[in-house]
Design a protein around this ligand. Structure first.
Ligand code: G3H
Ligand code: 13P
Ligand code: ZN
Length: 354
């Protein structure tokens, strides 16, 4: 099957009321783990590359790893998505290199750390939508700034995120503004801010409604029920993997992520794409530490990476099952990007805002 567009998968997910994990990828082991889990559960796949992934792997390796996955698993629908495009130029580059979906993150300026004005966000996102839709590529936008409602700090941990102190208002997407944003830009999916942030240190305690605003998802969904919502910073930071990392020499202070049940509540309220990077990192690091400690004479990296791959696969499988994705892959027939472009041109995919 050729690459499919994000819009096609999210429309299917909305129709059948499930969510799709969007896993960040940087290397062969992550790609293989995600594909193995998708294969075992018959799930559709979204793999995304961040600016950090481009820096680590390089664009060509990243692209070919994902295309290799498509070749190795021809029956699995796969989206190749640009995560947090910091400018229209980054998005155009991704489109040119064959990505079927891009994120224009105009919530920050092109430096990826300064919160932007609303008008800047609308203008840059609309520009990317015009270019991307012309070739059938879908676009995710972001409104609101990712960051902690506990500390009112932006999330800088992964090299992408607002710097300095924020207000609670900036950290929570406004439903009325979300409606105006979708109406003005025609994005296919909207990333919203509800108190999550990237990385392992999201919450200092198991989150409640004060610091993880699932209620805000409900308000936004009530206002724009036909828009696919995206939750960033959605790793659950499994306590079991933290324990393994600590047991085998790692140093990680107490921390909490987004509980899977809260994500499921989000999915019941319009969340269709769930971004996960950190959980795979934690599982792989835990598995590698444990293998290195237990098999002290092992010098073949493949033996160590095989354990990391297995740990990542189990984690991905759990998320596919928990989000209702399992069994959906074979029900999807790829719509060519040219056909998606034609539908956008007829305005058949324009947002419906009440
Ligand atoms: O966008 C968030 C991801 O966790 C990316 O992190 O830039 O370290 O690859 P990264
Ligand atoms: P996590 O750091 O919670 O895995 O979030 C990843 C993400 O949002 C990528 O865009
Ligand atoms: Zn993100």
């Amino acid at each position: 099957m050729p690459l499919v567009s994000l819009r096609q998968l999210l429309d299917h997910a909305a129709e059948h009321r499930y969510g799709i994990p969007a896993f960040n990828v940087n290397n062969l082991e992550q790609v293989k783990a995600i594909m193995a889990a998708a294969d075992e559960t018959d799930s559709p796949v979204i793999m995304q590359g961040s600016a950090g992934a481009r820096k680590y792997a390089g664009e060509a390796y990243l692209r070919h790893l994902i295309l290799a996955a498509v070749e190795a698993h021809p029956h699995v629908p796969v989206v190749m998505h640009q995560d947090h495009g910091a400018s229209p130029a980054v998005c155009v580059q991704a489109i040119r290199s064959g990505f079927s979906s891009v994120m224009m993150d105009g919530s920050l300026l092109a430096d990826a750390k300064t919160p932007s004005s609303y008008d800047y966000n609308v203008d840059t996102t609309r520009l990317v939508v015009e270019m991307a839709h012309a070739v059938g590529v879908s676009v995710e936008g972001e409104l609101g700034v990712l960051g902690s409602l506990e500390t009112l700090a932006g999330g800088k941990e992964d090299g992408h995120g607002a710097e300095g102190a924020m207000t609670r208002e900036q950290l929570l997407t406004d439903p009325a503004q979300a409606a105006d944003f979708v109406n003005s830009t025609h994005v296919d999916a909207l990333a919203i801010a509800i108190g999550t942030s990237h990385g392992a240190y999201k919450f200092t305690r198991k989150p409640d409604g004060e610091i993880l605003a699932i209620s805000r998802i409900k308000e936004i969904h009530a206002r724009i029920p036909n828009t696919h919502l995206v939750m960033h910073g959605s790793s659950s930071v499994p306590q079991e993997w933290l324990a393994v990392i600590r047991e085998f020499g790692g140093e990680m202070p107490e921390t909490w992520g987004v509980p899977v049940e809260q994500i499921q509540e989000g999915i019941r309220n319009g969340v269709r794409k769930v971004n996960i990077d950190t959980d795979i990192r934690l599982a792989m690091t835990g598995a590698m530490r444990r293998t290195l400690a237990r098999k002290r004479s092992e010098f073949d990296p493949r033996k160590i990476l095989k354990e990391a791959q297995l740990a990542a696969k189990v984690l991905c499988r759990e998320r596919y099952e928990a989000f209702g994705c399992a069994g959906m892959g074979p029900r999807i027939r790829a719509v060519p990007l040219e056909d998606m472009a034609a539908r956008y041109a007829e305005r058949a995919l324009a947002p419906v805002i009440r």
